[in-house]
Design a protein around this ligand. Structure first.
Ligand code: COA
Length: 234
């Protein structure tokens, strides 16, 4: 099973030298990608994941993410996931779904957690996550980027931009006209990245902290119109 090195420094803003010769491919994820995908997904939710899933550390949260990834029909499922790969190695992930499916996919997440980890895990997620579910990061009729992450050693080489281009292509196919996402207020590198690739800030949402030690005080809602002119994907 391919492994992505897990970096626990919580440094959102590191950069690696760019190498224009690397050959990255994109493909839909499968349930068998759970372990690598979970490590990548974790990059978007340090401390928040521990809180929502009741885990003591990153390793515990990644174990939970890997446990639910193979189930279909929920926010963090393989079903909504595209992987960027270098050979056999998964180096990036995007999880994107129509915003109109968000409520169903959120309920699906609770259900997947119950099936895999039991009632207590599900009830904890509902109790701790209900506030997040009602926040204004998306509007009806959009294609919502729920997760975007590139492994630390692979950043700054255009992989995140490629994954977003692919999301835009699929959004266009679905007839949707806006890509949207929420980026945490402290994640300055990612916000600048989204602006570079054509997103603009539609809302700054500040809220009281979820819990002590949890890096979550709100987000920027970012949107990008989907270019409706037909283009071949790269
Ligand atoms: C945000 C994230 C997904 C970006 O992925 P990435 O693969 O590093 O992104 P890219 O390489 O496409 O773009 C990074 C930078 O290189 C630039 N770039 C990309 N391709 C380029 C190219 N061909 N030529 C020149 N510059 C390029 C981008 O403009 C961007 O510059 P900036 O940092 O000054 O804005 C990645 O940093 C990450 O995983 N972060 C941690 C998880 C996270 O925070 N996710 C977002 C949650 S909302």
């Amino acid at each position: 099973m391919p492994r992505v090195p897990i970096r626990l420094g919580l440094d959102y803003n590191s950069r690696m030298p760019r190498d224009s010769k690397i050959k990255i491919s994109l493909r839909p994820a499968t349930p068998a990608d759970a372990e690598a995908a979970a490590a990548l997904m974790y990059e978007t939710m340090p401390t928040l994941g521990e809180y929502l899933f009741g885990q003591p550390d990153a390793a515990g949260t990644i174990r939970v993410l890997a446990g639910i990834f193979p189930a279909p029909g929920h926010l963090l499922s393989y079903q909504y996931s595209t992987l960027a790969t270098f050979g056999m190695e998964a180096v990036g992930i995007a999880q994107v779904l129509p915003s109109n499916d968000m409520a169903r996919a959120a309920i699906g997440l609770a259900r997947a957690l119950r099936r895999r980890f039991g009632w207590a895990a599900m009830l904890r997620l509902i109790y701790r996550g209900i506030r997040l579910a009602n926040e204004p990061d998306t509007e009806p009729g959009e294609y919502y980027v729920n997760t975007l992450a590139v492994a630390p050693a692979w950043r700054n080489q255009g992989i995140g931009a490629r994954l977003l281009e692919e999301a835009e292509r699929r959004g266009r196919e679905l007839g949707l006209s806006v890509l949207s996402l929420g980026v945490l207020l402290h994640n300055t590198n990612a916000k600048r990245f989204y602006e570079r690739v054509g997103f603009r800030e539609a809302l700054k949402y500040e809220t009281r902290p979820l819990a002590p030690g949890v890096k979550y005080t709100g987000f920027y809602r970012m949107v990008k119109p989907i270019d409706r002119t037909d283009r071949k994907s790269k």
